[in-house]
Design a protein around this ligand. Structure first.
Ligand code: GLA
Length: 392
């Protein structure tokens, strides 16, 4: 994965669309990837998350197909695939097409029939890095297809369509965070979401003195491998033992009282989730007050808990987080943690803006020295959520 950005927008994608299909797109949408600042593995436990949208986007260009069949190109240079309207709403090959097939199926369930379309997809959201390239794809497809069908679908409903696609067509039992922030992201703001009722608020992130630094561990992650589903199961087991509908209803006292009954594994999994919800609240307060030290403490706590209690980090990601304490410019790092589902992917750090490039270079150098791995980074501001870039 490469975190360096290539610009993609309506202007760059249109000539490719014309080259492949011989006519112009009628709708072009863009939806961002995300970096989660804090609140990990809490979404499917009815808890709180606090992500921000990236400036990196998935772009989808569509037009009605003159052939009576769907024709889709997954990324520049790909082969076109052709499908009948019947085929386009059921799972099949190539694998990436399921992200589109799923959305078409979910729209159909809501009474929206998608006519055959020509579609070209391009993206500068790094794949397999825990930055939600899949969610960006699903939400972008849904945004473009709703527009071409002339129907209004709220951002939250587009997020739910993306999540259902992930569950039924991709095979990842994910929560709602990634699709939600891709659909509802707001420039210069982080978003705090209550996953119990999907209520949310925006928190401005405009302090020029602090930057968000994302560093790739260069370890590919896959949430379809079973580790993610196993964590969900541990949390459900803990709920059954505690007799609560979700871990949102659990408290740290409750966990202590039921420590024996829970057993070590479920106890630690639940302790992460309950503690993480408290850390999201602390982080949100710190962000609103621009108390970056306090925000950093919450991030550090989150990482330790994900590593030791939830066990979703890995040696490479831990090396990056440890480096953030020990590089020469460590004093310019407020906090750092793994971000996303885990098992590889990226770390996110809050860093003094004046030193962010220096910190990034020292981190990369330290990582190379420790593990012999060359990697990349991104300094980003909160980007905008899903939008239409062009409509004929
Ligand atoms: C993945 C999932 C999200 C969330 C995170 C962990 O990104 O898609 O729903 O569960 O992992 O916080």
């Amino acid at each position: 994965m490469d975190l360096e950005q290539r610009t993609i927008d309506a202007e760059t994608i249109t000539p490719y669309f014309e080259e492949y299909f011989g006519h112009k797109p009628t709708v072009i949408s863009a939806s961002p990837g995300r970096v989660n600042l804090i609140g990990e593995h809490t979404d499917y436990n009815n808890g709180f998350v606090l992500p921000m949208a990236l400036e990196n986007v998935n772009v989808v260009a569509v037009a009605p197909s003159p052939t009576g069949k769907h024709r889709w190109i997954g990324s520049l240079g790909d082969e076109t695939i052709e499908l009948s309207t019947e085929e386009a709403s059921s799972a099949g090959d190539p694998f990436w097409s399921n992200y589109v097939r799923g959305v078409i199926c979910m729209l159909k369930r809501r009474g929206v029939e998608v006519p055959p379309v020509d579609m070209l997809v391009d993206s500068n959201v790094p794949r397999g890095g825990g930055l939600s390239s899949s969610a960006a794809f699903e939400v972008s497809v849904c945004t473009a297809l709703a527009a071409i069908c002339g129907v209004e679908i709220s951002p939250t409903d587009r997020a739910l369509i993306g999540q259902a696609t992930e569950h039924e067509f991709v095979g990842v039992p994910c929560g709602i965070m990634d699709q939600f922030i891709s659909a509802n992201g707001k420039k210069d703001h982080a978003l705090m979401l209550d996953c119990k009722d999907l209520s949310y608020s925006y928190i401005p992130m405009t302090d020029p003195a602090v930057s968000v630094l994302v560093i790739d561990s260069a370890v590919k992650h896959s949430l379809a491998d079973g580790g993610y589903a196993a964590r969900r199961k541990n949390c459900e087991d803990a709920c059954a033992i505690l007799g609560v509908p979700s871990l949102r209803e659990a408290t740290l006292d409750m966990l202590e009282e039921n420590k024996e009954k829970l057993g070590d594994l479920c106890y630690r999994r639940a302790r992460h989730v309950v503690g993480e919800n408290l850390r999201v609240a602390a982080f949100a307060k710190a962000l609103a007050e621009k108390d970056w030290e306090a925000a950093g403490i919450a991030m550090r706590g989150s990482h330790a808990s994900l590593k030791d209690d939830f066990e979703v980090s890995c040696a490479e990601v831990d090396t990056l987080v440890n480096l953030s304490y020990h590089i020469p410019s460590a004093e310019s790092v407020y906090g750092a943690r793994m971000t996303g589902g885990g098992f590889g992917g990226c770390i996110v750090a809050l860093v003094k803006s004046e030193d962010v490039e220096k910190v990034a270079q020292e981190m990369l150098e330290g990582y190379r020295e420790a593990l012999g791995i060359e990697t990349t980074y991104l300094v980003t501001r909160p980007g905008e959520g899903a939008r239409i870039l062009y409509r004929a």
